[in-house]
Design a protein around this ligand. Structure first.
Ligand code: SF4
Length: 237
């Protein structure tokens, strides 16, 4: 690794119990790559809320906005290759989002594809969330062997989709007993979706109440599975 390599890989608590799940962010939460049409942008985005609490996390993401996507990917790849510890799960964009397609240079595209090829060669599951149809189309062409999952703003948008999606369920439920009621609603909504569409859905077990104890991405991997058309996330604030 050269001395100019930035430490760009992070971990995330939802990923694993032993810091073996890693993440890669390209901008701040609600930052330069985030589509303003995302309904959570400036309006309850988990990552934005987290960045307000963990200021040093936000500062490191602000630095990321001064790097090109190609630099970020090259540094991530160098770090992955130098790493001794096994990587159990790879998550793009714990905060922020992947770059807008119109801003990607040929070099960026090459570096992104090389990074994903390396992860695939090591059989590391990849969660690649995006917030727009445009990004879903572009990144699924760029990464044809992985699941690029769009965060749908509503259930009706999720139902109409012909690509892997996720949706947040239960943000309208507040007050006493809200967490359990949200889980119950999410189960009902997903069962209904499967009946209506004949497609497959899964409920993210990363929130307590879905299972007795919340699961970790490294054991779950639902998001990275292209055969699961819809992932439901129970709203938790
Ligand atoms: S569905 Fe599984 S892999 Fe996806 S965020 Fe939840 S725990 Fe992680």
């Amino acid at each position: 690794m050269t001395t100019n390599t930035q430490n760009v890989l992070g971990t995330f608590s939802k990923g694993s119990n032993d810091n073996s799940a890693v993440s890669l962010n390209f901008c701040r939460a609600g930052g330069s790559n985030c589509d303003k049409r995302c309904p959570y942008n400036g309006n309850g985005c988990y990552a934005e809320n987290l960045s307000k609490v963990y200021v040093s996390f936000d500062d490191s993401l602000a630095l990321r906005e001064t790097m090109t996507p190609a630099q970020i990917c090259r540094d991530a790849l160098a770090q992955l290759k130098a790493r001794k510890k096994r990587v159990s799960f790879f998550r793009f964009s714990v905060a922020g989002s992947l770059p807008f397609p119109s801003k990607l240079t040929r070099e960026d595209r090459r570096a992104l594809a090389s990074l994903v090829d390396y992860l695939l060669s090591r059989k590391i599951p990849i969660h690649c969330p995006v917030e727009s149809i445009e990004k879903q189309k572009t990144y699924s062409r760029l990464f044809p062997s992985i699941c690029v999952r769009r965060s749908a703003p509503t259930m009706s948008s999720a139902i109409k989709s012909n690509h892997p999606v996720s949706v947040v369920i239960g943000q309208d439920i507040t007050g006493a007993g809200a967490p359990a009621k949200r889980v119950e609603k999410a189960r009902t909504v997903l069962i209904d979706y499967c009946k209506k569409t004949g497609k497959r859905a899964g409920l993210c077990p990363g929130v307590k109440g879905v299972l007795k104890t919340s699961a970790k991405c490294a054991q779950c991997g639902l998001c990275s599975n292209p055969d699961i058309d819809l992932i439901g996330y129970v709203w938790h604030s």
